[in-house]
Write a protein that binds this ligand. Structure first.
Ligand code: BTN
Length: 257
C-alpha cells in the first residue's frame, strides 16, 4: 500500500479539546497521517452524547491522532474502534503487567470502545470521521485515559484511574507513547488486511465475553443474554436465554449490573 505513518507529535499544555485542535489545524494545513496531540488539560474535553470528559490538569492522557483510511467504506468504520480499543488495552497491559500481573489481566474492552478495569471505566474513545463518497476520508481518533487522577467529581457513573488500581503514579508521556506506537502499528496491520488478528484480540478481551449477563434495551426491556458475536459493521449480537438472537447498535442497549 506504501502509506507512511508519521510520528509527528504535538505537546500542548492546554487546549479546548485535542480532537477539536486537530480538526481546526487540519483546516489550515494538510496534516501528515499519524500526526498526534497530547494535551495536559482540556477546557472543553468532549465525550459521547455531548457529555464533558472530566480530566484534572496534568493527571491523565488526553490524546488525538489523525488518519486518512480512505480504503475503508463507511459500513466498516467499526474497524477503527477495534484498532483503537486494542491499542489502548495493549498499552495498559504492557505498562502495568510488571507491577501486578493479576490486576493487569483485568483490563477489558467494553463494546463498542470503552476500556474497563473490572466493572469501571478507565478510558473513553471518541472517533470523529469525515465521510466522502461513502468512504472515510479523514478520521480523528481521540482518547482519554485516566492515569493519576484520584478523585472524580462529575456524574460519570464509574470512573477509575491507574493510580486508584495500582496505588502509584505513572508516567503520562510513556503511556501516550505506547498507545501511539500501538495505534500506528495496528493501523498499518489494518492497511495490510491483517484485521483478523486485531478482531480476535478484541473478542478475546471483551468485557463480559463469557456467561449470561443482564441488559436493557433503549425501550426499557430487560433480559439476560450472552455475547454471540460482533458484526463487521459493529452491531453487538446477543443470545437470549431461549436461544434467540438480538442485534444492537451503539446506544440501543445498556449493560446492567
Ligand atoms: C467517552 O465519552 O467515553 C469518550 C471520551 C473521549 C475523551 C477524549 S479526551 C481526548 C479527546 N478530546 C476530546 O475532546 N475527547 C477525546
Amino acid at each position: 500500500m506504501g502509506k507512511k505513518i508519521q510520528d509527528i507529535i504535538i505537546f500542548l499544555n492546554e487546549t479546548t479539546s485535542t480532537n477539536r485542535y486537530l480538526q481546526d489545524l487540519s483546516q489550515v494545513e494538510k496534516l501528515m497521517e499519524g500526526t498526534s496531540v497530547l494535551a495536559l488539560y482540556q477546557t472543553a474535553g468532549r465525550g459521547h452524547d455531548r457529555n464533558r470528559w472530566e480530566s484534572e490538569r496534568g493527571k491523565n492522557v488526553l490524546l488525538s491522532s489523525i488518519f486518512y483510511p480512505d480504503v475503508l467504506p463507511v459500513t466498516k468504520q467499526f474497524y477503527l474502534s477495534e484498532i483503537t480499543s486494542v491499542s489502548i488495552l495493549q498499552a495498559l497491559k504492557e505498562e502495568t503487567d510488571s507491577f501486578d500481573q493479576k490486576a493487569a489481566s483485568e483490563f477489558s474492552i467494553k463494546w463498542p470502545n470503552d476500556i474497563y478495569w473490572r466493572d469501571k471505566k478507565i478510558a473513553g474513545i471518541l472517533i470523529e470521521n469525515v465521510i466522502e463518497n461513502n468512504r472515510i476520508k479523514q478520521s480523528i481518533i481521540g482518547a482519554g485515559i485516566n492515569v493519576n487522577q484520584e478523585k472524580f467529581v462529575s456524574d460519570a457513573p464509574n470512573p477509575v484511574s491507574l493510580k486508584q488500581i495500582f496505588g502509584m503514579d505513572f508516567n503520562i508521556h510513556l503511556i501516550f507513547t505506547r498507545i501511539i506506537k500501538n495505534l500506528h502499528f495496528n493501523y498499518i496491520k489494518f492497511l495490510k488486511n491483517e484485521l483478523p488478528d486485531i478482531h480476535s484480540f478484541y473478542m478475546d478481551n471483551l468485557y463480559r465475553k463469557d456467561g449470561m449477563h443482564p441488559y436493557q434495551t433503549s425501550d426499557g426491556e430487560k433480559f439476560y443474554a450472552s455475547v454471540k458475536r460482533i458484526e463487521p459493521f459493529g452491531a453487538l449480537v446477543l443470545e437470549t436465554e431461549d436461544g434467540g438472537e438480538k442485534s444492537f447498535l451503539f446506544k440501543e442497549i445498556e449493560f446492567l449490573e
